[in-house]
Design a protein around this ligand. Sequence first.
Ligand SMILES: Cc1cc2nc3c(=O)[nH]c(=O)nc-3n(C[C@H](O)[C@H](O)[C@H](O)COP(=O)(O)OP(=O)(O)OC[C@H]3O[C@@H](n4cnc5c(N)ncnc54)[C@H](O)[C@@H]3O)c2cc1C
Length: 238
Amino acid sequence: MGMVETLISKAFQTALLMHKQKIASHTYHLKLKLASGFANYLPGQQLRVFVGLDNPLNVNDLLRTYSVWHYNPATLEADLAVCTFSKGKGAAWAEKIQTGETVYFSGPKGRFVFDRSAAAYLFLGDISALAPLYELARQVEPGQSFRGFVYSADESDFFMDGFSGNQFKFIKAVDYQSCTIIQELNGLQLPATNTITYIAGEAAFCKDLHDYFHKTLCWDARQIKAKPFWHSNKKGLE
Ligand SMILES: Cc1cc2nc3c(=O)[nH]c(=O)nc-3n(C[C@H](O)[C@H](O)[C@H](O)COP(=O)(O)OP(=O)(O)OC[C@H]3O[C@@H](n4cnc5c(N)ncnc54)[C@H](O)[C@@H]3O)c2cc1C
């Protein structure tokens, strides 16, 4: 192990990549075997993954954020779904990493987590947010209900939740994604109370949808959980 790797392994937690599979046109499923279990994991949280081992001097390209798709504390396995639409350092890391290699990460952390207080849930986002939205949907209990909508330009980008068989509704949206999703929502006659919506993905989409629920439908802000995952023309958002 080189000096840089030794330093990184002291600063980060480690896992081995057990399994890697391309599950959609722009998404890899990465299954990690953790060296030790997550401390206080809450569904919806994310990891900061070290993606810059090949050029550790480039500080903008050292870390990228990926949410946990599924976590099994009994087997110490955690799953990520990493998209490659961005063609940046994170995408290149996901393309390149091989099973048996070490993954360095910190976390999990984050407040985009499940709020059990509602009777119904709505999950909205793009493909980069599909795995964590599925993870949140798996927390919905019997007696509660949910619906999910995810958009992309091409249906070959879509994947189902391999851990539940859940499948959100796919919406083909090339441009004006917010308008297309809002059109779909207008037809749903959503109950104004006792429903929580989770919105994740591109920053402008999150803002438009937050405004739609808060300003147009007059939902209470506590019913709207929005988390921008990426911002056009901005590298590694968090
Ligand atoms: C809390 C949180 C959780 C996240 N969870 C996940 C996850 O589970 N899976 C996942 O794939 N991503 C997730 N992301 C998004 C991911 O961290 C970023 O997309 C990441 O920056 C991509 O890294 P990159 O180096 O490939 O591209 P960057 O160098 O960061 O970006 C290069 C360019 O690509 C654009 N870009 C970034 N993402 C996309 C996209 N999806 N589609 C089109 N253009 C894009 C950027 O705007 C930029 O112009 C999450 C982000 C946050 C903040």
